[in-house]
Design a protein around this ligand. Structure first.
Ligand SMILES: C[S@@+](CC[C@H](N)C(=O)[O-])C[C@H]1O[C@@H](n2cnc3c(N)ncnc32)[C@H](O)[C@@H]1O
Length: 358
């Protein structure tokens, strides 16, 4: 898919924290933002980012002084989600990784960009701070008071498939707009789900790079043999299940009937591509071939364009690539949200600043 960029003389400047391999940043670029700074301390993320998008600061964010970051008009941060994820132990903001949220606040406080975007997992909605408050309220409260000027913050649980992404992937987005702009953000309308099923994603011609897959474990290979297109582990005969799965099959009610090893059909929209890329908890098995999706196939499900490269001569860690792609914000979701921010915040003729801060 190609997206035309708005013709802006002065593109709004984008500060990107926790940039990963650049899914979110590419979407913002396509919507007309100009990146002035990106950061990630993971060497695989840095390699893919610089190959496709350009410069990236490689330091740990906690070591970076605010003055070393250029000023910007928008700051985005998909701070690490494990502390909030449903799979994790939900320590939330008290977990050291949750404290990275505080790093975002530190930088926002100094830069006070016109707009902010935070992205996180759905589990955030049901996570509580140690003082009992819901994390969503903590984030909104912190941003609303920051520097006694603050931000009007809107949040929403979005499904990427509502924004032209061939994947049911739910994420919480927060958009904050500096209060002196007198605006409040409205999330874009949901779009039609045309051509989002796997059938539309999986036809990859040989000349396209990164068509390499992470081989399944012997146990997974065995399971997959018994799962038809559109099926799951429920189709695997009892005698071929590993003891761990037999225990669950014996008492499905107790384990809330988990749907492991989901193998989506060509007529379905794919489930969430996760960083772990395990067939057990992520529909990562090809509908008709007994293998994982290739790197290119999951990149497509995450709406990376085919000329976005992952594996190079010096960068051949396949498992790391699955993780990077699974961690990314789908490019086209980022594009639609960025375009909406562009229209509402940066091209609004009624926009009058009470006071210009920087
Ligand atoms: C969820 S991923 C971000 C994905 C990105 N938004 C995208 O669309 O591709 C979070 C990233 O935060 C990075 N990260 C975690 N802790 C960090 C730290 N202390 N300093 C810098 N980067 C960090 C991780 O390496 C990871 O790539």
């Amino acid at each position: 898919m190609t997206h035309s960029q708005p013709n802006l003389m002065n593109k709004p400047r984008h500060i990107s924290l926790f940039s990963g391999c650049g899914g979110l940043d590419l979407g913002f670029e396509q919507a007309g933002f100009k990146r002035v700074w990106a950061n990630d301390f993971d060497s695989d993320a840095q390699a893919v980012y610089s190959l496709n998008l350009g410069e990236i600061d490689k330091r740990d964010i906690v070591t970076i002084i605010e003055d070393e970051i250029p000023d910007g008009d928008i700051l985005t941060a998909g701070f690490p989600c494990q502390p909030f994820s449903n799979a994790g132990n939900r320590k939330g903001i008290m977990d050291p990784r949750g404290m990275l949220y505080k790093e975002c606040l530190r930088i926002i406080k100094k830069k006070m960009p016109k707009a902010i975007l935070f992205e996180n997992v759905k589990g955030l909605l049901s996570t509580h701070h140690s003082d009992g408050r819901n994390i969503v309220d903590v984030i909104k409260d912190d941003l609303s008071k920051i520097n006694s000027l603050g931000y009007n913050v809107t949040h929403e649980l979005v499904n990427a498939s509502d924004y032209e992404v061939p994947q049911n992937r739910e994420r919480v987005l927060f958009v904050g707009i500096r209060k002196d702009l007198n605006l409040s953000f409205e999330f874009p309308f949901k779009l039609r789900k045309d051509q989002l099923t796997l059938r539309h994603v999986l036809s990859v011609t040989k000349d396209i790079p990164d068509q390499i897959d992470w081989p399944l474990s012997p146990q997974a290979s065995q399971m997959v043999n018994y799962i038809p297109e559109g099926g799951s582990w429920k189709d695997v005969p009892y005698e071929f299940l590993a003891p761990r799965f037999r225990k669950i099959r014996d008492n499905m009610k107790k384990y809330h009937s988990p749907n492991f090893y989901r193998r989506f059909s060509r007529n379905e929209i794919c489930g969430t591509i996760t960083a772990s890329a395990q067939p057990e908890n992520c529909g990562i098995i090809h509908p008709t071939k007994n293998r994982r999706f290739t790197i290119r196939e999951i990149a497509r499900i995450q709406t990376f364009p085919d000329d976005f490269k992952f594996i190079t001569k010096t960068n051949r860690d396949i498992v790391a690539m699955y993780k990077l792609i699974g961690n990314a914000v789908p490019v086209t979701l980022a594009y639609h949200i960025a375009l909406s921010i562009m229209k509402q915040v940066f091209k609004n003729p009624k926009q009058k600043l009470k006071r210009e801060l920087f």
